[in-house]
Design a protein around this ligand. Structure first.
Ligand code: GLN
Length: 553
């Protein structure tokens, strides 16, 4: 008989306390015990994918190799598990209903009345099993977005309950819950978690584990209380205090023998530690070593929300920078700068620009629309003229090419069709195949998405960094460098060091090392391929150049 075990991870009390990292860490430790593991995310919203949502509110859109636009947690799963996931590993309410309705139209229910229960939960279960089959996994960890008790979670919990009834030894539940310590009370409180577990019970589910998130470790008194009042075995209450580095979490769980406890409840045995585990632990230790900082300014626009600054929209970039810095024995210190603060010819904006010279490197990430563009262009110009290492990703590459056209080629109105279709010099234009999508309003999941090949130019920074002629990277864009300007730009010193195999799409733009220590932009998103144990070569080249600048300063 094939092994097939299911672990559901749900949230209690509040979201955003590390369900995704818990899911990834549980995956990592079960993998380290010799099992083939895959992870899935269920997002309860109606959107078909995460691509149509505002990144400031929802966080990063993580693009899979197959082009699916998914939730940022999928990025954590890939980084921890170390292998790519597919669109089968991601599901939303929208996706589930859409396929049930399509099946109904195709008479697949053979005359039955199609009902919310059981047909929706059945579809959810089918999708989980399908993802397991495709990934050839023995254990699947399924994270249910949001928290228990939210109306939109109900049908997913119902699916989990049905699965448990049919396979009592094969299904396990963990609730990641938050234990607050209100400052005026001065004591860590278990009651919110007790209520969350009751809510889960009301859905017919009894958790096997409580992953207790809090700022400090749980004491025995609180562990006993949670065990008794939530009907969880005492060894099922796992203390998960805040940590400086998320990469410590799998190791911390293993100190509590979580892997063995899970395996025992699933009636499985450890197959002995995988060799990868040692490397992982070494990386987790090394992540603490770098004392010297490499200071990188990230100039974007998706981080102001009310009075708070959140950097979730750039999660994969943050991790990619970290990995490359750690590999150099350094610590990446990222400073978030709002693109709009560089706009206008004011004293303030000039002061902000001048302050850029205190950084070792500048990064402009992907983006959409007009807001902040002029600010980014000023920043790019400053980085180019002052020889500060510059790395542009997607929009950050397109804008670097526009800046070059404006200030080196003298085409003052150079721009992108995305913001001014009437301009005479559309340096960045719509990709041929995208015109129809825009005209027809077919805007969801229709960009140039996912993995495409590029060919690198001999002797370029990119070719040297990758150490190979051909690469495959993940994309998410609708616009491209206008082929009509390529020759002029090249004649004036810009190098297109990466192109699509047919030579038509510009994938990487860079300046020669003789002119600038590191000025490079990629049309693709290299951050989606960076992994703790294999940092991304372009990020590493950028960090190395920033470290060199730091030493000179
Ligand atoms: N807005 C640009 C485009 O669609 C860049 C996209 C991005 O940065 N991901 O081409």
């Amino acid at each position: 008989m094939k092994t097939r075990k299911y672990i559901f991870v749900v949230g209690g009390v509040i979201s955003g306390v590390g369900k995704g990292v818990t899911t990834s860490s549980v995956g990592k430790i079960l993998q380290s015990h010799g099992y083939r593991v895959t992870a899935m995310k269920i997002d309860p919203y109606v959107n078909i994918d995460a691509g149509t949502m505002n990144p400031t509110e929802h966080g990063e859109v993580f693009v899979l190799k197959d082009g699916d636009e998914t939730d940022q947690d999928m990025g954590n799963y890939e980084r921890f598990l170390g292998h790519p996931l597919s669109r089968d590993n991601y599901m939303t309410t929208g996706r589930v209903y859409l396929s049930v309705i399509q099946k109904e139209r195709a008479l697949a229910y053979k005359g039955k009345c199609v009902e919310v229960v059981p047909h929706i939960p059945h579809e959810v279960i089918d999708r989980i099993n399908n993802a397991c089959d495709k990934a050839n996994a023995e254990i699947v960890i399924i994270e249910v977005g949001g928290t228990v008790g939210e109306y939109q979670n109900v049908l997913f919990l119902e699916a989990a309950r049905m699965l448990k009834i049919k396979n009592p030894d094969d299904v396990l539940f963990a609730i990641v819950s938050y234990l607050p310590t209100p400052s005026k009370v001065g004591e860590m409180k278990t009651k919110p978690t007790q209520y969350a577990v009751r809510t889960l019970n009301a859905a017919g589910i009894q958790p096997d584990f409580i992953i207790a998130r809090s700022d400090v470790a749980l004491d025995n008194k609180r562990k006993e209380k949670l065990a008794l009042f939530c009907s969880v075995q005492p060894d099922g209450v796992i203390s998960a205090p805040d940590v400086d580095s998320i990469y410590d979490i799998p190791g911390n769980f293993e100190k509590d023998k979580l892997g063995e406890k899970i395996l025992k409840r699933l009636k499985l045995k450890s197959r002995g530690r995988s060799s990868d585990w040692k490397n992982w632990e070494a990386f987790a230790r090394k992540a603490h070593n770098g004392k010297e900082e490499v200071r990188i300014a990230v100039v974007g626009k998706y981080f102001d929300t009310g009075d708070y600054v959140l950097s979730d929209a750039y999660l994969s970039i943050i991790e990619a920078l970290k990995y490359s810095a750690i590999a150099q024995g350094k610590k990446a210190k990222l400073v978030w700068l709002s693109a709009t603060s560089f706009e206008g010819n004011t004293k303030e904006s000039k002061r902000h620009l001048a302050e850029l010279s205190s950084f070792d490197g500048i990064l402009v990430p992907g983006g959409f629309g007009a807001r902040g563009v002029e600010g980014k262009l000023s920043v790019i110009r400053y980085a180019r003229e002052n020889r500060i290492p510059y790395f542009g990703i997607c929009y950050g590459m397109q804008l670097a090419v526009i800046e070059y056209a404006r200030n080196v080629l003298g085409l003052k109105d150079a721009t992108t069709r995305e913001i001014d279709p009437k301009s005479k010099h559309l340096i960045i234009d719509i990709m041929e195949g995208q015109k129809e999508n825009i005209e027809k309003g077919n805007l969801g999941g229709s960009m140039r998405l996912g993995a495409y090949e590029a060919v690198l130019k001999k002797g370029s920074i990119a070719r040297t960094a990758y150490g190979q002629d051909k690469i495959v990277e993940r994309h998410r864009h609708r616009f491209e460098v206008n082929p009509e300007y390529v020759a002029t730009l090249e004649e004036n010193g810009l190098i297109f060091s990466g192109k699509s195999p047919n030579g038509m799409l510009m994938e990487i733009a860079e300046l020669p090392k003789s002119v600038h220590p590191f000025f490079l932009g990629t049309q693709f998103h290299p951050e989606f391929e960076a992994r703790p144990l294999s940092p991304h070569p372009i990020f590493t080249a950028f960090i190395k150049s920033a470290v060199t600048r730091g030493k000179k300063k």
